[in-house]
Each structure stands twice: as structure tokens, then as C-alpha cells.
Ligand binder design. Sequence first.
Ligand SMILES: NC(=O)C1=CN([C@@H]2O[C@H](COP(=O)(O)OP(=O)(O)OC[C@H]3O[C@@H](n4cnc5c(N)ncnc54)[C@H](OP(=O)(O)O)[C@@H]3O)[C@@H](O)[C@H]2O)C=CC1
Ligand SMILES: O=C1O[C@H](COP(=O)(O)O)[C@@H](O)[C@H](O)[C@H]1O
Length: 519
Amino acid sequence: MTEQFNQQQPGLTAGAVFYLFGATGDLAKRKLFPALFSLYKEGKLAEDFAVVGLARRPRTNEQFRSDLYESISEFCRYKPTDSELWNRFAQHFVYMSLDIHNPDGFRELNKLSGELDAKFGIPGNRLFYLALAPELFGPVSFNLREGGLLESKGWHRLVIEKPFGYDLPSAQLLNEQLSQVFREEEIYRIDHYLGKEMVQNIEVIRFANAFFEPLWNNKHIANVQITLSETVGVEDRGGYYDKSGALRDMGQNHMLQMLTMIAMEPPSRQHPEDIRDEKVKVLRSLRQFASSDDVRKNVIRGQYAEGSLRGKALPGYRQEDSVNPESTTETYFAAKVFVDNFRWAGVPFYIRTGKRLPVKTTEVVIEFKNAPDHVLFSRKSSLSPNLLVIRVNPMEGIYIKINAKRPGSDSEIQPVAMEFCQSCQIGINTPEAYETLIHDAVQGDSTYFTRWDEVAHAWTFVDKIAAAWRETSSDLQLYPAGSWGPKKSDTLLGEDGFFWWPVNGQDEDNVVWVTNSGK
Ligand SMILES: NC(=O)C1=CN([C@@H]2O[C@H](COP(=O)(O)OP(=O)(O)OC[C@H]3O[C@@H](n4cnc5c(N)ncnc54)[C@H](OP(=O)(O)O)[C@@H]3O)[C@@H](O)[C@H]2O)C=CC1
Ligand SMILES: O=C1O[C@H](COP(=O)(O)O)[C@@H](O)[C@H](O)[C@H]1O
């Protein structure tokens, strides 16, 4: 059956069996179960679905449903207080103990699937969600085929979690394995940042506003700043993180994806492939670092040492569980990146991410070039650049900074901020990224999933940095936990005459706040 983007029934899901591999894991508990409940509660999941939880440890259906209840009570934006709704929802869930390496188990799973199709009136549609360690992605795919699970009449889709490889060669190997079983259009590679409301909003802000769209180029934009800062350390993921580091964990995927959304050309149609084609063009236009020196000059890396945040003492990265006490893995990086195409020639994109920074925030700042210093303005004050700030997370909204006359003064200019806080207005009703993405996958809409060529181009870019870093770790800077990372990342902008604009949560002086609520 040819995979198609289902545009006929927006909002409604075609019935499917969801196979949740890794059903006893952290991701299922914190994100996937809550997402399914929210979709059900909002009527985006009809009654013709079933979920099979799969992992090795034994669980009865009752135990599994009780795990489900706990997870939803703790992590979902809706609570399971309506017992009739809860019971209806829970009866769609069953559990089967299965080791990925056991082909007989997959044949049994196929039998169970037929029973679920019949019970819930499902037309053979199958969505395989792999919330598993990446080395299991290949074996699961082969066993799905061997077990006969891909022989049903309906569609078959594979949703896979990051990381998609460790570098380009390992990603290629993984892709070759998956391609032996699934076609590219059946593979949905998750990048949960693409499911975030404000990341999806970037396209609308850019293309639906007459006062941004004409200015969106190197004639008017001085620089772009993308910050993904976290207050948490590595928590209990030290084993994974120590092999990955910030560049692979956040840079290769979330940061480059956000950059493509900012920099891409308008797609010719609102179709997944057209949008992804435009994103690929941006990735292809990224200026590759020419040498290891070039990397060291333009990419700053750091690792948190002991420090404190809001009065709480924090350990250094090397003291964290499952981390090598002599580790040189970066928990922070900042880079100056160029998109070498006609629109963006000469505009620096500064990107940074780090753990144990003072504030949890994801923001994009578009800094516009100043208007000419007019004789009227230059006497009493200098102009501050206009800013458009897209706040992605945890606060969602838009903030614009413009210049206005200081009331009562002659021609004194002051910066004035206007803010639209989406999350303040919509509150808990903002869908979680995983809800949006699961819904899209069931609909067959792959717009906000990463296509293989995007992944490959992103690895090509990142591998050059990683290779330079492997040569020596002498450029790794330690920064105290709770600080804004290595001082050298300020120099990255300073040498171009710019600085990191304060993000939400940092104080900004001399700004008058005019919010959408008028307060
Ligand atoms: N947790 C998170 O916040 C995020 C996770 N991810 C990605 O999601 C994936 C899952 O992560 P996470 O949930 O944290 O991992 P966990 O280690 O918490 O869970 C792993 C799951 O895999 C199951 N499992 C392991 N080996 C086998 C096997 N041989 N056969 C069957 N099941 C097996 C485990 O169950 P059992 O032991 O019972 O078999 C468990 O349910 C990873 O790829 C991770 O990188 C991505 C972004 C965020
Ligand atoms: O993918 C990942 O993202 C989280 C940050 O996600 P957010 O939605 O909370 O901003 C990060 O903590 C984790 O290390 C990384 O694997």
C-alpha cells in the first residue's frame, strides 16, 4: 500500500495497533503514556485502537494498567479522575513480555495482533514505536518482518527515538538495516523539538507576517541566536551522556533542526516532502569547518565543574554517576555557524546549549540591523537593535523589542518590549510535543519528523567538529555549575560586536514592558 499524507480527515485517527517497545522504560512513563491519554481525552484517538506494551520483564495486564495509571497521574496534563473514561481508555492496553532477540515471541505477537484487530475493529494498521536503546532498532525491524507483523492489510509505520547513530557511518549502517524492512516514507524519526508548539509556529511567524517576511534576510538581520539552556545535569543518564555529549545529544538534532526552521525558504506546497526539501537545502548550505583550528576558533566547548544554583551546592560532571572521573565529554557548546546561501550570506547564527546553566529555556533571538543613526536620534541616545524573540520552552510566546520616544523627553529613545505569552493564556492546554508527534504519525503526516537526508547532512556537519575535538581536549573549558558556561563563548560574539541577549529569566535593564494583557 502506498504511504500517503492523510489530508482528508484532519484530527481523526485511523484505527491502529500501537506496539510500544520499551513499555517499562522512562520515556514511556514520562512522555508516551501521558501523550496517549491526552489524545484520547481530547477525542483525537477514537475507540478503534489498541496498545501492546512490550518489554522483557513480566507484567500482567492489570499491573501494566496500574503502571499506566501512575504515570498519567504524575506526568499528564490531564488527570485520570473520570473513572468511566479511565476504564474505557485502559481496556485498550495489554502487555506482553517479549525479548527483542526472540523471533518466536514476534510470531506470538502477530497472533495477538489479529485478536486485537478483531476486538477493536482495526483494519490491520500498525504503528511500531521503538522506545529502546538504538542498538535494538535493527533487530526489532528484522524480527517484525520474520514474525509476520508486516503482512497485515493496513499501513505499517516505524517510529524511532533518537539518537539516530553516533556519527555518519553508524547512522548509515542503522539506516541500511531499517531500509531492508521499511521504506523511507514508513520511517518516522522523532526529534521532539519539532513537535513543540513554538517550533512549529516559526513558519507561521515568518511567512504570515508582512512586517517580518520582507526583512528575513542578510540585508536586515544582523545575527540569529539560538539558546537551549538546561538547569539539570545528566541525572541518571550518565552512561549514555558520557559517550554522547552536548554536541550529539542536542546539537546534531534539536539545534540544527531549529536552525533549519529559521533559515529555510518558503516551501512551494504545505506538503511534508516540500518542507523537508527546504530544510535539507539549509543543511547542505551550512559552511563546513575547514580545519581543526577553524573548529577551535568557532566552537567553544565546556564541562560543568562543582558549583551552585539558587543556593544549592551541585557536583561537577565528573562526579556524576556512571561518568568517567576523567571524562572530557562536553556538557556545553556554543558555535558560530554560517548558512552560505543568497539569503543568509554573512549572517552569523550563534547557537549554544548546556547543562547546569542558571535558567531552563529555549529561545531564538533575531537581532535586526539598526536603522541609520539619524541626526534626530544621535544626540541624546543611541539606538538599541530591534529584536524578535521566539520563546519555545518552558514559556511559549513572542517578544518584540522596538525603540520609542521616552515620554516627556525631547527625542530621547528607549527600548520598549511587547510580549505575547501563549503559555500564560492557554496554560495546561498546550499539547506536549509527543502528543503532536504521535498524532501526526498516526495521521501519516511526516512533516515534523526527520528524513534520512536531513539526518545524514547534520551528521556530516557535526562529525567535523567531533573529529577536531578528538585530536586534543586542551580547548575544553570547565565552568562552575550554575553559571552561563565558558567565558570564551561571549568572545565568540564579542569579536563580531555582538553579545548574547539575556534570555527569559535573566534580568534586562532599561526595558519598559508592554504586555498583551496590558499589564
Ligand atoms: N527518557 C528520555 O527522556 C528520552 C529517551 N530517548 C530515547 O528513547 C529510548 C528509550 O529511552 P528510555 O525509556 O529512557 O530507556 P530505559 O532504559 O528507561 O528503557 C528501556 C526499555 O527497553 C526495554 N528493553 C531493554 N532491552 C530489551 C530487550 N532485549 N527486549 C525487550 N525490551 C528491552 C526495557 O525493559 P526491560 O528491561 O523490561 O526489558 C525498557 O522498557 C532511547 O533510545 C533513548 O535514547 C530520547 C529522548 C528522551
Ligand atoms: O533530547 C533531549 O532533550 C532534553 C531536553 O528536552 P526539553 O524538551 O526538556 O527541552 C535533554 O535534557 C536531553 O539531554 C536530550 O537527550
